[in-house]
Ligand binder design. Structure first.
Ligand SMILES: N[C@@H](CCC(=O)N[C@@H](CS)C(=O)NCC(=O)O)C(=O)O
Length: 205
């Protein structure tokens, strides 16, 4: 959705909100469109449903004349964007998987939880160190990182990431003023599924 807004394409797409759950029976509608059972999925005439944000972003970037602003066609700038995109998407995956593990009846496997925790902390340290470079462009990489930080605010609201990562926090506060981000506040479609409070406290580390 951020890519659509950045490229001025948002009014050409119909948004259908739905709820995906990684636990229990997958949403059958999503499963019929994406066998991985995940959102987002993009429907385009003449193509099978497109899934995985990186694939959808690449498709959208190719549609718009100014798409290369978000993902340069070649060179070090392209791989900087792809690397940040992988880092942001991977951080989000770790946060989602960690939350699933914590929600299991047993409270989760300690070794697995410690592994997710270590990876989340490591990714955040790298992002704090690279925050000055994140300022130098704005593309699919920065967007994926902002989505991961949004996941922290959404599901780990008390984790204190801003205090522990002040350079990253200042960058995030500055880019949050972009119209594409102001247009897209995070909405909880299923309040009842908020789950237990997740123990993630950057202040402790
Ligand atoms: N790498 C995928 C991750 C998508 C993803 O994990 N989406 C979550 C949103 S809550 C989901 O649909 N989870 C349901 C599931 O894992 O079954 C992407 O970037 O599109």
């Amino acid at each position: 959705m951020i890519v659509l807004h950045e490229l001025g394409l948002a009014d050409q797409v119909t948004l259908v909100r739905t709820v995906a759950t990684p636990r229990g029976t997958p949403n059958p509608v999503i499963l019929s469109e994406n066998p991985l059972g995940k959102i987002p999925v993009l429907f385009v005439d003449g193509l099978p449903p497109l899934f995985d944000s990186a694939v959808i972003a690449e498709y959208l970037v190719g549609l718009a004349r100014e798409g290369m602003r978000l993902l340069p066609a070649a060179g070090p700038e392209r791989f900087a964007q792809l690397r940040w995109q992988a880092l942001g998407d991977g951080l989000t995956d770790n946060l989602l998987l960690w939350r699933i593990e914590r929600q299991s009846a047993s409270g989760g496997d300690l070794e697995t939880i410690l592994s997710y925790r270590a990876k989340v902390y490591a990714a955040m340290r790298v992002l704090e160190a690279e925050a000055p470079r994140l300022r130098e462009s704005f593309g699919v990489g920065q967007i994926a990182i902002l989505c991961a930080l949004g996941q922290l605010d959404f599901r780990f609201a008390q984790c204190g990431w801003r205090a522990a990562h002040p350079t990253l926090a200042q960058w995030e506060a500055d880019v949050a003023k972009r119209p594409s981000l102001e247009a897209l506040p995070i909405v909880n479609d299923q309040e009842a599924d908020a789950g237990p409070h997740m123990h993630l406290n950057f202040g402790e580390d």
